[in-house]
Design a protein around this ligand. Structure first.
Ligand code: AMP
Length: 302
């Protein structure tokens, strides 16, 4: 089995959705990603937290075998994000972003992280994504995510990262922002022209559209979930399920592996959205995923 290195945010989120609110609940792209990926593979986290980071939040990742040697605790406060969802549950409205300890973060990889085969540059400032990637010796497969904030204030840097990855996972709004296209179908090949050989555009309840330079489109709906309690982290969970699945295979990822990985990411994300923060995701078992996959098969076959 191959190890996955992830760099991303570890956060306390304050979230408002039509189902209610959560105040300073555990979040961050690296947390969602690691919880999902660790069901299939060994995960190594690179990130930073502040003095307020709770021991039980370390323990949660540690009980899943996640290697936290690249996670530093420094004076100051943990990254804090405040968001709300109204009407469109697929698009978060950012109310506040407090970078806090991420502002002066200078990621240095522990020696044993440098040989990681899989690397995921989760949503975080693009220069930090680059700094981490430069320290990994010869990764087999590199993926990245981003978000509207970085596409607004650091688009050139995001484009620089894009040139160095095999795959980008991005949501539909961001794909349009990045390319100027007005739909996911035309945005996808434009993104692969920027560097990566594959792109997965996440479309909330409409599922995902993958496009690879080699084999073209692969498009499926999401698992139908009538009540979305909190969509935060669905994208990072998808990425974690996707990468976990790929890393658990013996061979170098093919398009077929990536198609299966998309379905695994989807099944995993369908759990995350059923409760606030990581509450649902932290409880998911391989058995739950299998059960959901069987229900999903009924949805997509005649
Ligand atoms: P997602 O819903 O999968 O796109 O990601 C939600 C997570 O992204 C939340 O838990 C936030 O803490 C985290 N997040 C929001 N804004 C940022 C940012 N600017 N940099 C890093 N992580 C962020």
């Amino acid at each position: 089995m191959s190890e996955i290195l992830v760099v991303g945010s570890l956060a306390y989120d304050s979230i408002k959705t039509p189902s209610g609110t959560a105040d300073r609940a555990l979040g961050g792209s690296a947390n969602y990603f690691s919880l999902a990926a660790s069901l299939f593979a060994k995960v190594r986290v690179v990130g930073v937290v502040g003095e307020d980071y709770d021991q039980k939040d370390y323990d949660l990742l540690q009980t899943r075998g996640v290697d936290l040697a690249g996670l530093s605790k420094v004076p100051g406060k943990t990254f804090h994000w405040e968001g709300s969802y109204e009407g469109d549950m697929n698009e978060a409205k950012t109310l506040k972003t407090e970078l806090n300890v991420f502002e002066h973060f200078n990621p240095q990889l522990p020696e044993h992280f440098k040989d990681s085969s899989f690397v995921f540059l989760a949503n975080i400032a693009p220069e930090l994504q680059l700094q981490v990637l430069e320290q990994v010796k010869s990764p087999k497969f590199v993926g990245m995510d981003s978000m509207n904030l970085w596409l607004t204030i650091k688009k050139d840097k995001v484009i620089e990262v894009l040139k160095k990855v095999d795959l980008v996972l991005i949501n539909e709004g961001e794909a349009k922002m990045l390319t100027g296209a007005n739909n996911a179908i035309s945005a996808a090949p434009m993104i692969t022209e920027m560097g990566p050989s594959a792109v997965v555009i996440k479309r909330g309840e409409y599922g995902f559209a993958m496009y690879t330079k080699a084999d073209g489109y692969f498009i499926l709906p999401a698992m139908p979930i009538a009540t979305v309690v909190d969509p935060t982290g669905a994208g990072d969970t998808f990425a974690g399920g996707f990468f976990g699945y790929l890393a658990a295979q013996k061979e170098v990822p093919t398009t077929t592996h990536m198609k299966q990985a998309c379905i695994m990411g989807s099944m995993m994300a369908s759990h995350t959205i059923q409760d606030f923060s990581v509450k649902s995701l932290a409880k998911v078992t391989l058995g739950d995923l299998d059960k959901r996959l069987n229900e999903y098969k009924k949805v997509i076959t005649i």
